[in-house]
Design a protein around this ligand. Structure first.
Ligand code: NDP
Length: 461
């Protein structure tokens, strides 16, 4: 019989931690999981899920406008921010309950407390001061918004955490950053009627995406009325008479009701007792793990955003399942990071899987690029000036599709399915042999017969 209190102790009740704890418990292991805030973690409580609900909310004013082109007369409409926040909170509470129910159903012990390491096998439960021991420990404490402490006045700014619970909608907002969160929230706030400015240090928003889509989204956002300031940064934020006053590097002084910083996220490792347990971290504070999510301490693993690998919910869940295989099924399994589909829930949306044209150009000698830009059917009657972009990047040598990129409605939904085709190694010929489904936007993906252009040695020819 084990001399430890638990077979497994999981610190952190987010996507990765809950999955690891629940599955280990369902295998008959004696498991405890501790969470200091709310079960569900960033994704459920103040990330992906409430964000997507806000995205839906922010799209209705366009739906109301578009309705006229289809013969509808929509009466006067108004929006109640507090109602939305309350409805969102109720749904999040329901999901949190489901997470706990799943854990309880598998017989994992649910602890509502912060937990810190005392040594490699001992954890202190902060609420009671009690210490418990475990054979294996998983750290899945996630991350938090980078507070950008070097910015004078950063304490006057909000992060995405607070954006979910603003007392009221501001008249204007400035969002700093050009990544997923900045871009998604810029579209949300604009859609809800807030005068929105995005300020980003680089040449173009969404630095890790295909250039074509970045430009297309930028243009679409500006056409909607979102102000985007590239090559620019906040220098100082202070309180003014009517709100906040912002000094910028290149655009002079701006004013805003709210300033939101979306400048990346930091791993939650402070005060966790990592030093006491001998767990190594990198210069950003993220836990260093090997290919199997194991830290430098044999019995301690780390999953999800706390390890600074790919910061996405499904990736954390996948890492948890690989941990289960490795630790409890005698089947050492490395997480697979190849071809992760991803979406930016901007308006229009971006959905993508595989290599951007720029990345593929560096990896393959010759590419065929298939590109379509068109007005979606719905926009004909709505009169909305919007264009979809679809792009397939094909390695000319093997004919394999190595990247697929979409800008437009339901791009995320399409990217999920394209993920299957790319993962299966489909070639452009497989796409050509697939019957179109008419009339859809996605049929463009199987009806682009001739390359729009080629890329040889990284150069368009
Ligand atoms: P991102 O890494 O996407 O973006 C961070 C942004 O901040 C980048 O534009 C970066 O610029 C900029 N930045 C970083 N440091 C500074 C600085 N010191 N000064 C000025 N600008 C700076 O992070 P997010 O915070 O938007 O999101 C965190 C992660 O969460 C994402 O990486 C993503 O994995 C995940 N996420 C996923 C979503 C989804 O799946 N739809 C939605 C939201 C988040 P630069 O590009 O020049 O480095």
């Amino acid at each position: 019989m084990s001399s430890y209190d638990y077979d497994l102790f999981v610190i952190g009740g987010g996507s990765g931690g809950v999955r690891g704890a629940r599955v280990a418990a369902s295998l008959g292991k004696k498991v405890a999981i501790a969470e200091e805030y709310r079960y569900g973690g960033t994704c459920v409580i103040r990330g992906c899920v409430p964000k997507k609900l806000f995205v839906y909310a922010s799209q209705f004013h366009e739906h109301f406008e578009d309705a006229a082109g289809f013969g509808w007369t929509v009466g006067e409409s108004s929006f109640d921010w507090k109602k939305l926040v309350a409805a969102k909170d109720a749904e999040i509470a329901r999901l949190e309950g489901l997470y706990k129910k799943g854990l309880a159903g598998a017989n994992a012990e649910i602890l509502e407390t912060r937990a810190e390491l005392v040594d490699a096998h001992t954890v202190r439960l902060v609420k009671t001061g009690q210490t418990v021991t475990a054979k294996t420990i998983v750290i899945a404490t996630g991350g938090r918004p980078n507070p950008h402490a070097a910015l004078p006045g950063h304490e006057l700014c909000i992060s995405s955490n607070e954006a979910f619970h603003l007392e009221e909608l501001p008249k204007s907002i400035v969002i700093a950053g050009g990544g997923y969160i900045a871009v998604e929230f810029a579209n949300i706030f604009h859609g809800l009627g807030v005068e929105t400015t995005l300020i980003y240090r680089g040449a173009e928003i969404l630095s890790r995406f295909d250039e074509d889509l970045r430009r297309g989204l930028h243009e679409a956002m500006v056409a909607k009325g979102i102000r985007i300031l590239c090559h620019d940064m906040l220098q100082k934020v202070s309180k003014g008479e009517g709100g906040l006053v912002l000094e910028t590097l290149n655009s002079g002084t701006l004013q805003a009701g709210v300033v939101m910083l979306a400048l990346g996220r930091d791993p939650n490792t402070e005060g966790l007792g990592l030093e006491a347990a001998g767990v190594a971290i990198d210069e950003r504070g993220a836990i260093i793990v090997d290919d199997y999510s194991r830290t430098n301490v044999e019995n301690i693993y780390a999953l999800g955003d706390v390890t600074n690998r790919v910061q996405l919910t499904p990736v954390a869940i996948h890492e948890a399942m690989c941990f289960i295989e490795t630790e409890y099924k005698n089947n050492p399994t490395r997480p697979d990071y190849e071809l992760i589909p991803t979406a930016v829930f901007s308006q229009p949306e971006i959905g993508t899987v595989g290599l951007s044209e720029e990345e593929a150009g560096k990896r393959y000698g010759e590419l065929e690029v298939y590109r379509a830009q068109f007005r979606p059917l719905k926009a004909t009657l709505s009169g909305r000036a919007e264009r979809m972009i679809m792009k397939l990047i094909v390695d000319a040598g093997s004919r394999k599709v190595v990247g697929a990129h979409i800008l437009g409605h339901d791009a995320g939904e399409m990217a999920q399915l394209l993920g299957v085709t790319l993962k299966a190694g489909c070639t452009k010929d497989d796409f050509d042999q697939t019957m179109a489904l008419h009339p859809t936007a996605a049929e463009e993906l199987v009806t682009m017969y001739a390359p729009s252009y080629r890329v040889r040695d990284g150069q368009r020819v």
